[in-house]
Design a protein around this ligand. Structure first.
Ligand SMILES: [Zn+2]
Length: 186
């Protein structure tokens, strides 16, 4: 059983009733902001509300942990697109307390994969494609340290314009309270 049918039927009514009208905007962020944050379910609505971000205000880049891991990963590419193609002029990297990536060990995730039916052949196939599979799946220890690292990776990126401030923050997934980790006073 998937939820697809239900989603499609809801969607048909949504469009027919023009419920999209309050969300009409452009692809350019009104507040010229790009935000990198976590895919956590608790942040879907809470984070924009807590930051006074509305539809159209910011480019929102999400992954597990809200990380820029390497200078040429998908999140960094999205950030460059947001800046050079979509006119974002300020970057917020926002981790959060109680993140699922805190303490996550790749070796444990591989055990969970096996428990959920992944066979050895598929696992070995993945290992042959990624020499560092276990570490690639790792999370992090401290969210503040992870945010600082992401900020540094962005700031030191050779393709980043030097005049764009890159701030680091941590949000509480229950109250929406923001703690400043790195303020970039450009
Ligand atoms: Zn998270």
């Amino acid at each position: 059983m998937t939820q697809l049918k239900e989603i499609l039927s809801y969607n048909e009514a949504f469009v027919k009733n023009e419920e999209y009208k309050p969300y009409e905007t452009s692809k350019f962020p009104n507040k010229e902001l790009a935000i990198v944050t976590c895919m956590d379910t608790r942040l879907i609505e809470l984070l924009p509300k807590a930051l006074n971000i509305h539809n159209g205000d910011a480019k929102m880049i999400k992954n597990a942990g809200g990380m820029i891991e390497t200078p040429y990963d998908s999140a960094m590419k999205s950030l460059l697109v947001a800046i050079y193609e979509l006119k974002a002029r300020e970057v917020l990297i926002i981790g959060h307390h109680k993140c699922g990536m805190i303490g996550l060990k790749g070796e444990n995730m591989i055990e969970h994969m096996k428990e959920q039916g992944l066979n050895e052949t598929s696992l070995n196939h993945a290992k042959s494609e990624n020499d560092h599979l276990e570490t690639w799946l790792n999370g992090f220890g401290s969210v503040e340290e992870r945010v600082k690292k992401s900020v540094e990776t962005v700031k030191n990126h050779p393709l980043m314009p030097r005049d764009i401030p890159v701030h680091g923050l941590v949000i509480c997934p229950e109250t929406g309270k923001l703690d400043l980790v790195v303020e970039d006073n450009k």
